[in-house]
Write a new protein. Structure first.
Length: 116
């Protein structure tokens, strides 16, 4: 049980650090890494043009996106499906870009981000 908790914390840490990189990668919005400019150059700061859906939504939606990714990682980390601890770790970390990409496409499609 302890190992599973460690795996979850490690994968959640990866999500916390790289979340904004995924935003910049999916939406090409100008978001940079936390050790770079962060959201300083994100297109939400522009008066006109499209606004990156993850940065434009309220903090509650951002928490929901983040929480959904963590929940997916928790399912892999604590779930009974993966037996090997290393595969469990790899799966829990991989759940971040996998779930994030799905949510990103959903938000981008819903807000018609790529339509204009
Ligand atoms: Zn952004």
């Amino acid at each position: 049980m302890k190992a599973r908790a460690l795996i979850f914390v490690a994968s959640a840490a990866v999500t916390s650090v790289l979340f904004i990189n995924l935003c910049g990668t999916i939406f090409q919005c100008g978001c940079e890494s936390l050790w770079g400019a962060g959201a300083t150059h994100c297109n939400i700061h522009a008066a006109h043009g499209r606004h990156c859906p993850w940065c434009a939504v309220s903090v509650y939606w951002q928490a929901a996106i983040f929480g959904t990714i963590l929940a997916a990682q928790g399912l892999v980390a604590f779930g009974p499906w993966v037996k090997s601890p290393w595969m469990r770790l790899i799966g829990a970390v991989a759940a971040f870009p996998a779930t994030g990409l799905g949510l990103g496409l959903l938000f981008g499609w819903f807000t018609q981000y790529w339509a204009h």
